[in-house]
Design a protein around this ligand. Sequence first.
Ligand code: CAA
Length: 260
Amino acid sequence: MGFENLLVDIADGIATVTVNRPKQLNALDQKTLEELSAAFEQAGRDKGVRALVVTGAGDKAFVAGADIAAMSRLGPAEAREFAALGHRVFGLLEALPIVTVAAVNGFALGGGCELTLACDLVYASERARFGQPEVNLGLVPGFGGTQRLTRRVGPMRAKELVLTGDMVDAPTAKAMGLCLDVVPPEKLLEHARGKARTVASRGPVAVATAKRLIQQGADLPLGEANALERQGFAGLFGGEDAKEGMRAFLEKRPAQWKGT
Ligand code: CAA
């Protein structure tokens, strides 16, 4: 499927989705969000895709936010639709049963920072800057930022970022848990793909189950979350992969995953 504002490349089971509007610092307008939705759905359907990497075109920005020029023309009802679209697309990304990795190559601001928050793993280049600068525009985050940011870094750090609108550099972002590693720009994509490849080599049903348990459990009381884990753990014993994984260990050979 051809896209206007995205580049999609699939190699070795890893789909790389690049937001490609470098003149607008890869800002997200409606079309780009709709294309992201289609790309994520496609990756979720394609059994050959075992991991997804998201990045931005050019060496300046990952995604500098929602498209401010487009947003400036919206009334309240259209703004609600726009936010709902962003929520739907990022919810779709978050719910994919494969690992999703953000390779943050530059500015990740507003909707760009929110895009990283919907990914499982986030790696940043030394040039990356993270922030939720919406208050500078008289706005608040609208693609899940007030909620996912709080869950990722805690309420006080979330408030500092959202209420000041200040950007943080990559080492500061790492210290607060917004990204995992900071690497030189030329190494970023390979670093992110390397992590994606590692996860993609593991049992796919186990990976999908573990991801779901961590995400669903985070919103539940511990007792209910642990009940969910017991259910997920036991469920794997009815499939082929867990049998194969344990048999392969005992036979001292690599496992051959069937994805069941
Ligand atoms: N939307 C639309 N266009 C954008 C944009 C955005 N979010 N960010 C940058 N651009 C455009 C600029 O308008 C500029 O276009 P022109 O060349 O046509 O003038 C081009 O990208 C380059 O940007 P700058 O000249 O501003 O580059 P800079 O190096 O001086 O500054 C920057 C870089 C600090 C990232 C600055 O561009 C900036 O502050 N961008 C806006 C960041 C922002 O506020 N993001 C939040 C958006 S709101 C949001 O995302 C809401 C939500 O949660 C849903």
